[in-house]
Design a protein around this ligand. Sequence first.
Ligand code: SAH
Length: 228
Amino acid sequence: MTGSHPHSRGLGLTSPTSRARMVAELRKNGVSDERVLAAMQKIPRHEFVEEAWRGEAYRNKPLPIGLAQTLSQPVVVGLMSQALIAAVAGAPAGPRKRVLEIGTGSGYQTAVLAELIERVYSVERLKLLSELARKRLGGLGYRNIHFGYADGTLGWDAHGPYDAIIVTAAATEVPKALLDQLAAGGRLVIPVGPPNNQMLRAVDRIGSRYIATDLATVSFVPLLEGRA
Ligand code: SAH
């Protein structure tokens, strides 16, 4: 097979069957939310990495996406998505839900969010990655994602408050702007800590109070301040 048409079904290592094996592995590793599992069964992860890495796309490992950044391993994407939407998605009626993502990267996590939550706002500080992700997600048919090119530690005030906020790079402490832009009843999921000792933390906002829960140890690239 040649080319990388976004709607190609993929053969061999990039087939729906490989994706089903990945989903089985997610289940074994604590991802139980059927909405998250269905989204990850559907999204062609191999379209989010460079050609040379496609054969590895459905193994449970992080992959390089260029510019010293990485696409998180599937289990981490699954666990973060599950922790995030437990608090916000699936309510039978009510206003449309909004999620803010910091660190668009390849756009894979963004696609998972776009399957689960009505409106997605995603901020990336590296222009090239932001543009590639925009093109890729447009090509896959997503119309509910808004892309921002900026320093995400400041959040994206114009569209807040958000029912959910997810950060896919590690912070030394939780940025105050993100706490401010979290809606009451909302949840923030963020890796916090130095490179070799990070915790995935959920912060729930209840009225004006914030309650933090540590979920798991993780390993993310650092969240950087300012645009590149
Ligand atoms: N979630 C992404 C991968 C995350 S890698 C995916 O699914 O592919 C972390 C990303 O955070 C990188 O793309 C990096 O450029 C971005 N990043 C780091 N600091 C940032 C900041 N202050 N604001 C916005 N994005 C940032």
